[in-house]
Design a binder for this molecule. Structure first.
Ligand code: NAD
Ligand code: MG
Length: 368
């Protein structure tokens, strides 16, 4: 991926995926940037997919901008919530598209967090066998993680994200200004994935996050812009090398093996995904330290940064048997053997199995 500076208002990062390449623009007030909207949303006819939390905040502004460009604009407002990331909501999108007689040139615009992005992307991949789609992520998690990489989909009652497709957007517009209305908890959850990117790929970025964590939590515009930009750059680089998760892309699951066990063990929704990942990174750092891959100071820095981001650092005591059970069913594992993403050292990651005793020690040390 390459980076260019388009103006002092925003930066653009090109995701290089051959004929599926697309630009991600990151900056302040992109939703009011008529010129950029015109450049990135080429279709004459657009359908904005959003939810009942985001619609009152940003839908009319975006609609007016696009109408001002002479486009025919319609919208679908879905009920909010991860539990609504399902077949019924997907059908509501298709119902609207068909009732409005949309065709294969209609562009779907996802305006919302990761739930809206994943569902809209999947709808776009399947409607008329594929229509253009643009992501306008409005949560920090969606800006740094879910809007990059082309994974789209919905949940099934038997498993999260089990029905989906790889489908790349035409463009991503990450407007930092939309983060102003985000609840603190959601901001912290997004920071977990930002910290993850530093920990697994870029120790200098990790240092930068450490130095700027207070600014990030105070929603300083420049700090957030840089955090989103660097995160997208790191994720885009990994995805470029392994678009369909044959190998390398798995390093993006750092903290997620423990995190998924926490989410499943407490019941989905008890902790936000980012909270579970934050705590999971503390556990993965503990395990990395036990195996001699990172020193004690590094392990402590990771714990402190997760805490400073407003995330939990102590895991719930699910009981050892439950922990092991839940980690083994993690869908990223093949053949039942638990593979961990560990730091060796900070800024570099490895994927490996570990001796059972080390894992037990980590579980004992990190839970209560
Ligand atoms: P979310 O979409 O549920 O958003 C969190 C909450 O914030 C929701 O209530 C939402 O309505 C609200 N919200 C969104 N923007 C807002 C704003 N600007 N101001 C105020 N409130 C706002 O959750 P999320 O954390 O953005 O995304 C989680 C989803 O993303 C999960 O379904 C997960 O599976 C998926 N995901 C996908 C990928 C991928 O690669 N496709 C990666 C990570 C996560
Ligand atoms: Mg994640």
């Amino acid at each position: 991926s390459s980076m260019e500076s388009d103006s002092n208002l925003y930066k653009t990062l090109q995701v290089d995926l051959g004929d599926r390449s697309y630009p991600i623009s990151i900056g302040q007030s992109l939703l009011q940037n008529t010129e950029l909207l015109q450049q990135r949303i080429r279709a004459q006819r657009v359908v904005i997919v959003t939810n009942d939390v985001v619609a009152p905040l940003y839908l009319s502004g975006l609609t007016q901008q696009l109408q001002g460009l002479g486009k025919q604009v319609e919208s679908v407002i879905l009920p909010d919530g991860e539990e609504r990331k399902n077949w019924e909501s997907l059908m509501l999108i298709f119902d609207e598209l068909l009732q409005k007689k949309c065709d294969r040139k209609t562009c779907l615009i996802a305006l919302g967090g990761g739930v809206i992005g994943d569902m809209t992307g999947f709808a776009a991949s399947a409607f008329m066998r594929g229509v253009p789609f643009v992501q306008i992520p409005t949560t920090l998690l969606a800006q740094v993680d879910s809007s990059v990489g082309g994974k789209t989909g919905i949940n099934h009652p038997l498993g999260k994200n089990m029905i989906g497709a790889f489908y790349q957007p035409q463009a991503v517009l990450a407007d930092i200004a939309t983060l102003a209305s985000l609840p603190d908890k959601e901001l912290s959850a997004g920071l977990a994935e930002v910290i993850k990117h530093g920990a697994i790929i870029d120790a200098a970025f990790f240092d930068w996050i450490e130095a700027n964590i207070e600014k990030l939590r105070a929603r300083d515009h420049d700090a957030l812009s840089y955090a989103v930009l660097r995160s997208c750059e790191i994720k885009a680089n990994v995805v470029k090398q392994d678009e369909r998760e044959g190998g390398l892309r798995a390093i993006l699951n750092f903290g997620h093996t423990f995190g998924h066990a926490i989410e499943a063990g407490l019941g989905y929704g008890a902790w936000l995904h980012g909270e579970a990942v934050g705590c999971g990174m503390v556990m993965a750092a503990d395990l990395s330290h036990r195996l001699g891959y990172i020193d004690f100071v590094t392990k402590t820095r990771i714990t402190h940064l997760v805490e400073a981001a407003g995330l939990p650092t102590v895991a719930p005591d699910l009981g050892e048997a439950t922990w092991l059970d839940l980690m083994e069913v993690d869908k990223k594992n093949e053949g039942g053997q638990i593979k961990f993403i560990l730091l060796k050292p900070l800024g570099t990651s490895i994927i490996t199995t570990v001796p059972a005793q080390y894992l037990r020690d980590t579980l004992r040390a990190c839970t209560h």
